[in-house]
Design a protein around this ligand. Sequence first.
Ligand code: NAP
Ligand code: FE
Length: 368
Amino acid sequence: MDFNFNMPVELVFGTGIIRNNTGKFKLGQKALVVTGRNSAKLSGALNDVVFALDHEAIEYCIFDNVINNPTMENVAEGTAFGKKNKADFVIAIGGGSPMDAAKAIAALMTNDIDPIDLIGNIPTNKSLPLIAIPTTSGTGSEVTPYSVLTVPSMNTKKSFFSPSSFPVVAFADPSYTKSLTREITLDTAFDAFSHLLESYLSLKSTPLNDVVAIEGIKAFASCMKALADDEVDDRIRSLLMYASCLGGIAITHTGTTLIHAMGYSLTYFKGLSHGRANTMLMGEYLGFNMEHEPEKIQNVLDILGFKSIIEADDFFNLGTDEKPNLTVEEINMYTQLAMGQRNVKLNPRKVIAEDIKGMYQRIFGGAK
Ligand code: NAP
Ligand code: FE
């Protein structure tokens, strides 16, 4: 056996944890708080952060303009704001979009480079210290070093990471997800599940990481009925956030695989949410990998209580009204873009372009 397991983020989990741990905010003199337009306020997280900063007499400024699926331009804007205000640490509040934007901003605050140069490179200087506070239970970004950014010049989303992009502290308070709509609750839960599944099946999976992934899959399984019946209460919200954090820890060690590689174009070109894009691909993904990882996939189906991949696919289409129809040209382009993502190489079964084309065709084919 041969593996490495490093989880450098202090994860503080539970309801009311920020007000009870204000001392952990002492990472600098002035915080740059990075949020989306509404969620930080709606969830109550911003109020708690302001309480903590006031309690510790730490100055702050707020950049509340992160867009969904943040772009290079968006993170450049946040960086300029942070520099103008002379912030020396960063606090991210929100779903994956603000958390990922904050990681890029924390790196750009200390490295005088164009945001595009983050992609595929480890910046020279360490990022500013970062605190991450999720308001969705999906990406697990609060415990990963990854930042997924939209790159218009490449027509896709690309991720960057560096060893100093791990948050120093993550405050995971499930009560912040109470203000989520049913649609976002479902889509983000499905993203968390796809991290757990893809990590478990990744070529980089290890026995220890499998324990984390399976624990998360079990937590997700215990939420499935409540998700289907729209009966998500505090206990379920807690389990979903637990599953999401475990998904983040799991992909920190393995990366994601084919689902994420194929899903990005569905978000970039068709505007599907990240989690929804992932789960539309679920049935084909499981079928494609079944012959290479029959035991692991059967284990997941058993934990989820499905008799077949078809049953699983039906469940993961919960809340999907209709799938986009793609033209042959679109399928060809999306295939090329997916093949260019590094996570394709981590898929348990070797993937060639024809495989991806076939999957897109079977799920979304049909448009003239
Ligand atoms: P998101 O894009 O951060 O947010 C989606 C929507 O949910 C936004 O309109 C947001 O509002 C709203 N929202 C968030 N929390 C809320 C709350 N508590 N109450 C009410 N509304 C709330 O969604 P996400 O799925 O969490 O993140 C997706 C992004 O993360 C994608 O860019 C994806 O590629 C990336 N991702 C990153 C990783 C990683 O490891 N870093 C892994 C998977 C995915 P506001 O606009 O007001 O914030
Ligand atoms: Fe994801």
